[in-house]
Design a protein around this ligand. Sequence first.
Ligand code: 7RM
Length: 655
Amino acid sequence: MSDPTIESILQEKRRFSPPQSFSDQAYIRSEREYEQLYSKAAANPERFWGELAEQELHWFKKWDKVLDWRPPFAQWFVGGQINIAYNCLDRHLTTWRRNKAAIIWEGEPGDSRVLTYGELHREVCLMANALKELGVKKGDRVAIYLPMIPEAAIAMLACARIGAPHSVVFGGFSAEALRDRLVDAQAKVVITADGGFRKDKTIALKAQVDLALEHGAPSVEKVLVVERTQEEMTLKPGRDVLWRELKTQVGADCPAEPMESEDLLFILYTSGSTGKPKGVVHTTGGYNLYTHITTKWIFDLKDTDVYWCTADVGWITGHSYIVYGPLSNGATAVMYEGVPRPSNPGCFWDVIEKYGVNIFYTAPTAIRAFMRQGEALPQSRDLSSLRLLGTVGEPINPEAWMWYHRVIGQEKCPIVDTWWQTETGGIMITPLPGALGTKPGSCCRPFPGIVPEVVDLDGAPVTDDQGGYLVIKKPWPSMIRNVYGDPERFRRTYWEQIPPQDDQYVYFAGDGARQDEEGYFWVMGRVDDVISVAGHRLGTMEIESALVSHPLVVEAAVVGRPDEITGEAIFAFVVLDGSQSPSAELAQTLKEHVVQEIGAIARPGEIRFTDALPKTRSGKIMRRLLRSLAAGQEVSGDTSTLEDRTVLDKLRGGA
Ligand code: 7RM
């Protein structure tokens, strides 16, 4: 990846310093403080993490050893005993936070609920006792297949409380995807709901569970059903139990189980590029510490803040930054059941106004969708409570960053562009908002204790500003411990594609990146999203970014299409802003625009206009599907993660 074209990516020179008033009140107030922390962690990582673990968390028993690293297997806080639900709930109950709002929940139809720490604790204890009643013991896996209702967080915490690892399966997954995950984890109980609200309709969940179990998931003994939509469902006697009923039959006293630091906390499935989904394994102590401290420092989270992360709990972002990180800090977190939809395109701004949200964390795909709707909507709402913005999930193109900064942040909110993965458990590369200046499109610098590097295929570091592969060189507390039931796949996928350097194993993230002369990282996307045109390697992201920098373009996805002459040709799917309709002239203009921005080598061979792009529920463009479409092939393989199936039909029809 040393072709000159790739170095042209994002020649973004703008830089934004944190407002002084923000820095003055922040946990980490200056670049100097950041550098001191970073050096301290680098000089003695075990001491750094050990001190934080002692200061920030409650332990039933202190660890004997901070880190036991037998590459690629790590153990953190070995011998320590801890319970993450205790850290998220019980320890706040002896303070004034007992009556503080823990979760402010807004339902899609407009209903709402507020749970204080005291109330949340009670609900969690009830559900924990209900699980015990259903035969769940420490170590048994519980699947959670729920919509975005407080019971999703309650169920996770209830499992954690009794030491039953959870596997949250996103509510949009089909029966078949659910069954695969139940089988892989050998789940004993499923917690689900009758249905959930999504885009003004209800989707049946219990019926999907029934189907999944019919098709065979013999490990499942009981199904606990939460009522949300009141839609019809059938309950199988002896197997299915209503939460509303069981809740009245159990007590509210349930002490948190002391867990070994390395006990399994949860499995979260993430789709691999091929084959069946991987069960990413996270354990207790290190995950608790890392999500706690990153939430605190990166979101600069204070007791007075109202914090909102728009992710779904079925995604790692929901685990780490709706549930565990914020609650461990005693924060007030908003949880929203809805998504922006035609009937309510401004719903996010309504929620911010209604609850006075101070910290707002969302995905670039959402920001680009808002850009398309124009500024009038957010400007008609009071967003003045906002003091910090965040993004996650994809590289954010500078245009979207600037729009977010100007229209939503009203030029006063720092933006934290946070790079991380399901496998990393927590945010790895990010601005610390009071300390570091930001550059639109860059996820900035590593969190203290994190040692990323950009290397070539042999594992050798590339020089400043060259593209390469992103690796992490040192273990960190919330790192993936294994692929559930498949240590060989774990080794192969993450630790062997880039060979160890001087016997040091490095974690390979699967992303391409470059680091500029100031040490800022620019993540270019998955390395499998690279196109090779006549031997020149081009990141799809840079071409997309060039397209989106044209005023009429809101979103673009670029893929390679097999080409007899050049190997691959560039095929661009483009979403327009709505002010102009597609035309051959416009396609021509956009091709020229890319040439202007990057060079002739990046000229798209074909542009197809479309209303929408196929995305996963977490907002990632499914390029694999677009590659098939561009090549004129049938779309094959797993489409279970697709957010909106109709998009694919429209694209096939050549919209
Ligand atoms: C949290 C999450 C991980 C992949 C990762 C990247 C991409 C995420 C950013 C980003 C550029 C970012 N977990 N990614 N955040 N790329 N800048 N700030 O998304 O497991 O679902 O996905 O997402 O490619 O490898 S995930």
